[in-house]
Ligand binder design. Structure first.
Ligand code: F6R
Length: 369
C-alpha cells in the first residue's frame, strides 16, 4: 500500500503531482469554463457575493491564506481567513451575500463543522472544499468542491494541502469567470498555466537529494525559522508546522516584512532560517525585498536555506543552500515552494528515528472541540 515507500508520508509527498492533476481534472469545459461539484447555490447568488470568509484549521487554514491572495487578486472580492475555532466566538459578520468557504481534508473536523453551521444560521452561503466524499462538512454545506488527492493516511497533511490550494485556485478563477470581461480572460490564462504545474511538482520531487542531505545533518537542531512573503507567507507557516509535527523541533513561520518588527532579534550565529523567495516577476518589487531580508539575516550569522526559482542568481551570494523550483506565475508558486519544506521535515523526522506517519499527541481527524 505504501507503493514501495518506507512511510505513508513519503508516498503521499510523492503522490502530489497526481493529487493536483486529479483535482484539476474535469473541472473545465472545452470552452475553458470552470465547474464545481454539488451545487445548491445559483450562479445568481454567487454573482452577488460581496465577501468571502474562509474557515479552517491548521494546514487547511494555510491553504485558506493562499486563497485570500488568489481570490482577492483574480476576482476582486474581499476575503477574510478565520481559524474555524475562533470564527463563532468573534461575533462574525455574514449574510446571504457572504460566501463562507470551509476547507477540510477529513470533512469531520468539529471546529470547522461548527463554524459552517454557525455561518448557515447567519444566512450565509456555505461552500466546502473537502477531500472525503460523504463526510459531514460537505453534507452540511450548500456547495462542494472536492479535492481529489486520494486517501491521506499519514496524520500530518501533505497531498491534501496541495489539493486544497488547487481547489482554492479553481474557486477563485470560477468567481473571476462569473465576473466576466477581463477577469474571465485573465482567469483562462491561469487555468492553462495550472495544467503545467503537476509536471513541475514532479520535477522538484525528482531532485530532493540535497534537501534530504541537509536535513540529515540537522537532527540536533533546536529551532528553525521560516520566512515568506505574499503567498510565500502561508508556506513559511506550513513549513514550520510540518517541522513541529514531524520532528518535534521548535519552528516559527513569519511574514518576511515582519522581521524588523521583532523576530530579527532571534537571529544569532548558526540559526537556521528557511526563506521562500518570491519569483523575480512578483509585483511590487517583493522579490528584491526578500533578497534584502536574506542579506540582513546572513550578516547576523544566520544559516540561510533558500527556496528560489531556477535561474534566480540574485540569491546565490547570500544563501548557504539554495533549493530550486521551476518558474511559474507568482500566485501558483506555493504548489512548488512547499515541496522542499515537506521533504525537509520528513527527512529530519526520519533522521531522529521518529514515527513520521503517526506523530505523538496528534490524531488524523479532530472530532472534538
Ligand atoms: C497538519 C494537519 C492539521 C490539519 C487540521 C485540519 O499537518 O494535519 O493541521 O490540517 O487538523 O484538518 P482537516 O483538514 O481534516 O479539517
Amino acid at each position: 500500500e505504501k507503493g514501495g515507500y518506507a512511510t505513508y508520508m513519503e508516498k503521499e509527498i510523492f503522490d502530489q503531482p497526481q493529487a493536483v492533476a486529479d483535482t484539476l481534472l474535469g473541472r473545465s469545459t472545452p470552452s475553458g469554463d470552470l465547474q464545481l461539484d454539488d451545487m445548491r447555490i445559483t450562479e445568481e447568488q454567487l454573482a452577488a457575493v460581496d465577501r468571502v470568509t474562509i474557515v479552517a484549521c491548521g494546514t487547511a487554514a494555510y491553504a485558506g491564506m493562499v486563497a485570500k491572495y488568489a481570490i482577492e487578486h483574480w476576482a476582486r472580492i474581499p476575503v477574510e481567513v478565520s481559524l474555524a475555532h475562533e470564527f463563532r466566538y468573534c461575533d462574525p459578520i455574514a449574510d446571504e451575500k457572504t460566501l463562507v468557504v470551509s476547507i477540510s481534508q477529513s470533512g469531520e473536523t468539529m471546529d470547522t463543522l461548527m463554524a459552517v453551521k454557525h455561518a448557515r444560521d447567519l444566512g450565509a452561503l456555505t461552500l466546502s472544499i473537502c477531500n472525503t466524499h460523504g463526510s459531514t462538512i460537505p453534507r452540511e454545506s450548500d456547495a462542494v468542491l472536492y479535492t481529489h488527492a486520494g486517501p491521506e493516511i499519514a496524520v500530518a497533511s501533505t497531498k491534501a494541502f496541495l489539493g486544497q490550494i488547487t481547489a482554492c485556485y479553481i474557486l477563485g478563477l470560477y468567481l473571476a469567470q462569473l465576473k466576466g470581461g477581463s477577469y474571465a480572460e485573465d482567469a483562462k490564462q491561469v487555468i492553462a498555466e495550472l495544467q503545467d504545474v503537476p509536471s513541475k511538482i514532479a520535477a522538484v520531487l525528482s531532485d530532493v537529494g540535497r534537501v534530504r542531505e541537509v536535513a540529515r545533518f540537522m537532527a540536533d537542531t533546536r529551532s528553525v525559522l521560516f520566512l515568506g512573503r505574499h503567498v510565500g507567507y502561508p508556506i513559511a507557516m506550513e513549513g514550520a508546522l510540518k517541522l513541529k509535527e514531524l520532528a518535534y523541533i521548535h519552528a516559527e513561520g513569519f511574514a518576511a516584512g515582519e522581521l524588523k518588527h521583532g523576530p530579527i532579534a532571534l537571529i544569532e550565529p548558526g540559526q537556521p532560517v528557511f526563506i521562500v523567495v518570491p519569483g523575480p516577476d512578483t509585483p511590487h518589487g517583493l522579490h528584491g525585498k526578500v533578497v534584502s531580508n536574506i542579506q540582513e539575516i546572513r550578516a547576523r550569522g544566520a544559516r540561510t536555506l533558500v527556496i528560489a526559482e531556477e535561474g534566480d542568481s540574485s540569491v546565490d551570494e547570500f544563501a548557504d543552500e539554495v533549493f530550486r523550483v521551476p518558474h511559474t506565475s507568482p500566485m501558483l508558486q506555493p504548489l512548488l515552494t512547499v515541496l522542499p519544506l515537506q521533504v525537509f521535515a520528513l527527512e529530519l523526522s526520519t533522521a531522529k528515528g521518529l514515527d513520521v506517519d503517526q506523530p505523538r499527541n496528534l490524531a488524523k481527524s479532530v472530532t472534538v472541540e
